[in-house]
Design a binder for this molecule. Structure first.
Ligand SMILES: NC(=O)c1ccc[n+]([C@@H]2O[C@H](COP(=O)([O-])OP(=O)(O)OC[C@H]3O[C@@H](n4cnc5c(N)ncnc54)[C@H](O)[C@@H]3O)[C@@H](O)[C@H]2O)c1
Length: 257
């Protein structure tokens, strides 16, 4: 049977690279995103192996509808809960609505995706969540994102326990710095990327394909004994020190007169 994968946040960056890799691996991909223009580009370039769906992972009904669509297409074999974004604010200044928005997207959005994807999934399937280096390595100024991503790791482990009876495996990938639309600001602030690279042992930042390679492994038959685990794809950055982002961003702000 042809295997079907759901990828959220598929229109850009890591989700897009995972979609491309899954298609190359022979899967059909149900590509879900709020960015309809980006989804159209995806089908223009990848053809009918990709079925697009407008889906907002912060809206449970929207995710449930995509899961129902997956059921009509024959059911899921793989799901990647990837949609997410960061924010930057010290805790004392952090607007509560922005905190809630990040938790809603990066943690609750993953919960809702796992919940409905599992319901539409064949026994023996594979669910992959996308956490971050920030799930384990804190960054000043990124409390909401770090807390949400740490939550994704534990959510993933609980899901692996609950879904194990159906031989569904659930794992999380924790990327370091990846060059995508989400990290454009880091590439524009002098010194930040250098600090990220110094933080690695391999001396470079990642491209989305680096993360897609791990997703391909976790989606495939070579990882059937792997579940409930965290896979850093960070060039060894977890061994070192996270960049001092408040200092870097302060360099952009001229001192008050
Ligand atoms: N880029 C990095 O350095 C990095 C590092 C660690 C973790 N991550 C994580 O990887 C994931 C993908 O990030 P990226 O760098 O590819 O970002 P990106 O901005 O390139 O892509 C994110 C995609 O998610 C979509 N999206 C946003 N809100 C959505 C919603 N409510 N419902 C559905 N789709 C939505 C966007 O439209 C976009 O297509 C995120 O969870 C991010 O936190 C990224």
């Amino acid at each position: 049977m042809e295997r079907l994968a759901l990828v959220t946040g598929a229109a850009s960056g890591i989700g897009r690279a995972i979609t491309e890799r899954f298609v190359a691996d022979g899967l059909r991909v149900l590509a879900a995103d709020i960015d309809t223009t980006g989804l159209q580009r995806l089908t223009d370039e990848l053809g009918d192996r990709v079925i697009t769906a407008h889906c907002d992972v912060t809206d449970e009904a929207s995710v449930a509808a995509v899961a129902a669509q997956a059921g009509e297409l024959g059911g899921l074999h793989v799901a990647v809960a990837n949609a997410g974004r960061g924010t930057f604010s010290p805790i004392v200044d952090h607007p509560l609505d922005e905190w809630r928005a990040i938790l809603d997207l990066c943690l609750t959005g993953v919960f809702v995706t796992v919940k409905h994807a599992a319901g539409a999934m064949h026994d023996g399937g594979s669910i992959i969540t996308i956490a971050s280096l920030n799930a384990t390595q804190p960054s000043a100024g990124m409390a909401a994102y770090c807390a949400a991503k740490a939550g994704v790791v534990m959510l993933t482990r609980v899901a692996a326990m609950e879904l194990g009876a159906r031989r569904i495996r659930v794992n999380t990938i924790a990327p370091g710095l990846v060059e995508t639309n989400a990290t454009t600001a880091f590439f524009m602030v002098p010194g930040v990327v250098d600090e990220f690279v110094e933080n690695t042992t391999v001396g470079r930042f990642a491209q989305p394909v680096d993360i897609a390679n791990m997703a391909s492994f976790l989606a495939g038959d070579e990882s059937t004994f792997v579940s409930g685990s965290l896979f850093p794809v960070d060039g060894g950055a977890g061994t070192k020190k996270y960049p001092d982002l408040p200092a870097a961003f302060a360099r952009l702000t001229p001192p008050a007169e």
